[in-house]
Design a protein around this ligand. Sequence first.
Ligand SMILES: *Cc1c(COP(=O)(O)O)cnc(C)c1O
Length: 379
Amino acid sequence: MKFGTKAVHAGVEPDPTTGAIMTPIYQTSTYVQAAPGDHKGYEYARTQNPTRSALEKALAELENGKFASCFGSGMAATDTIIKLLKPGDEVISTNDLYGGTYRMFTKVYAKYGIKFHFVDMQDMAHVKAAINENTKMLWLETPTNPLIRIIDIAAAVDIAKANKLMTVVDNTFASAALQNPLDLGADVVLHSMTKYMGGHSDCVMGCLIVKDAELDAQIKFLQNSCGAVPGPQDCFLMLRGIKTLGIRMRAHCENGEKIAHFLRNHPKVGKVYWPGFEDHAGHEIAKRQMKGFGGMISFTLKEDSMENALKVLSGTHLFALAESLGGVESLIGHPASMTHASIPKAEREKSGLSDTLIRLSVGIEDADDLIADLNQALG
Ligand SMILES: *Cc1c(COP(=O)(O)O)cnc(C)c1O
């Protein structure tokens, strides 16, 4: 089945009691048992909820996995994966990554004795050099945030398998429509569904998707033990959002391509970061592992100053100045002060993130209107 069809149909069946075509919001905390232990598979709603189960089933199908688990946010999903580790274990992570993930690794889990190495994974030699007998996990984000670099998932998986490491891919930027890391051998796919998967900027949620039953059991144990589960209303919104994921991503990709070229040809724009350009360092890998180049674009100005960057950031009308990404509406952001403020300036600069970088999440509006908006803001 092709992706657009799967997005509409995955995980959902007519409600068995009424025939309702949409999965109801099972707004309940518990379920009545006929006799102790005699129940219909649902005991307590932290552990199982039918609305959440339908969403988890859908997500597993969309990522070509077998099992999915949903969490109250993307960070709660990340938290669950790191809890699979123990003191002394080490993780090798991409150095250009979501600021909140960097914060959790360095400010929360480092003090529990887990060590994180941040390396430029565009060159796998950096990964190999960081491996030692304590290394347990590779943490990938691709395309990276906010420099839109591409990491070769299959190459990372090769190294991970040779060294018995778990490979986790934060697939938030690509979404399940454009990239399926489990197909490339990754062990875990993570989404901040707050972004493209939900797609409507109305809900915060995260998920983990795996193929391996034993790994799923460990994740489900943590999901139930630690309790960071989403409510049924939010699961309903996500189920509704993912129905249009295929068609939305097509629109994001089409608009992204037009805007990337518009920016590149604009006299006031300096560098444009978008993997669809043939001279982008990761273009060939992106063509191989992604079904489209997405709607995330970063750029700098030719006259590179904070003052000029701020003028553009506050000069757009359609592009809203806001954190987050992946919604139907276009957003403009300033990573250094917004999404990546939790990464120290020295670390940001080491990974190539300048204070004047501007990031766009290109929405699904008409491209002509978006281009006119950017044009006036640049003028
Ligand atoms: C937003 C984001 C997260 C965190 O997700 P929340 O839903 O905000 O907790 C993790 N990774 C990436 C790439 C993100 O963009």
